[in-house]
Design a protein around this ligand. Structure first.
Ligand code: RP5
Length: 168
């Protein structure tokens, strides 16, 4: 089995639908990843052990997704020197605003690179992880350049479609 370079950690199985696009992006970029469930609050020992083993297992970037009073990204960041990307999940009555604040407002010394709330944030976390890995992988860097070209081509195609639809 290929050694994972990116580790995605979910606070709960209920967060899984939010990261499916992100998993596909990592696959499309050819980045080996793993996904696990570990809760900073419900399974603090598991979370600590997982975080401390990441570096020696060859993982390069951690993506932590959690909702509510989300301490998962911060706790992982407390136990590793790997870059931790946090994704606030909109699973609570506060619709992710609580998770956004608790993931982003880290004390000085323990950074969490916090993305936007929900699916878009999870996808951006995957792209950011790819960008970090691409600093030492020229093939991956080229795949990221191609991805950006595809984004731009999609906008132009939509622009053409809109103009066509309005001209009939
Ligand atoms: C957080 O609580 C999880 O990350 C999830 O977003 C939220 C709800 O978890 P469940 O009650 O659905 O397991 O820890």
């Amino acid at each position: 089995m290929t050694q994972p370079k990116v580790a995605i950690v979910l606070g709960s199985d209920s967060d899984y639908p939010m990261v499916q696009d992100a998993l596909k992006l990592l696959d499309d970029f050819g980045i080996a990843s793993e996904i696990s469930i570990s809760s900073a609050h419900r399974s603090p020992d598991r979370t600590q052990h997982y975080a401390t083993a990441l570096e020696e297992r060859g993982v390069q970037v951690v993506i932590a997704c959690a909702g509510g009073a989300a301490h998962l990204a911060g706790v992982l960041a407390a136990h590793t020197i790997l870059p931790v990307v946090g994704v606030p999940i909109d699973s609570s009555p506060l619709k992710g605003f609580d998770a956004l604040l608790s993931t982003s407002m880290m004390p000085a010394g323990v950074p969490v690179a916090t993305m936007g709330i929900g699916k878009a944030g999870a996808s951006n976390a995957a792209i950011l992880a790819a960008q970090i890995l691409a600093r030492s992988d020229t093939n991956l860097a080229q795949r990221l350049r191609d991805y950006k070209k595809k984004l731009a081509a999609n906008v132009e195609a939509k622009d053409r479609e809109l103009k066509k639809a309005r001209s009939v």
